[in-house]
Design a protein around this ligand. Structure first.
Ligand SMILES: [Zn+2]
Length: 119
């Protein structure tokens, strides 16, 4: 099965005025991305692709590409990508909660050890 269509998005670069090109290839229930930035060249998931799959339009170099971004995000719904993103955000939430619990426990320990509590 060949590529059914592809969309090119120009993504803002944080280090230069020249945008990167993110190519998005659609096949049946699959979407793949290739970004022209250094990380993308190394086949890493770069921030440009991450922002595009998150539907974050602040990454757009050309604000007129909102429609393309929307089209990508509609097509994403047929893939496992939203589920994987959810898995990440759930884990990030748990991580933040765990960090807060560690901080609280350290505070309690400090209070006990330094005898800061009013007895
Ligand atoms: Zn990139």
């Amino acid at each position: 099965m060949g590529v059914e269509k592809n969309i090119e998005i120009l993504a803002k670069s944080s280090s230069s005025d020249t945008p990167y090109t993110v190519r998005c290839y659609f096949e049946e229930n699959k979407i793949s991305f290739f970004c022209s930035c250094p990380a993308g060249d190394n086949r890493k998931l770069c921030k440009h692709v991450r922002q595009i799959i998150a539907g974050d339009d602040s990454i757009l170099y050309d604000i007129n590409q909102k429609k393309e971004l929307e089209e990508i995000n509609n097509s994403l719904q047929k893939t496992q990508i939203p589920l994987l993103l959810l898995e990440i955000s759930k884990s990030e939430y748990l991580l933040e909660e765990t960090k807060r619990n560690i901080k609280k426990a350290k505070k309690k320990l400090e209070n006990v050890i330094l005898n800061k509590l009013k007895q």
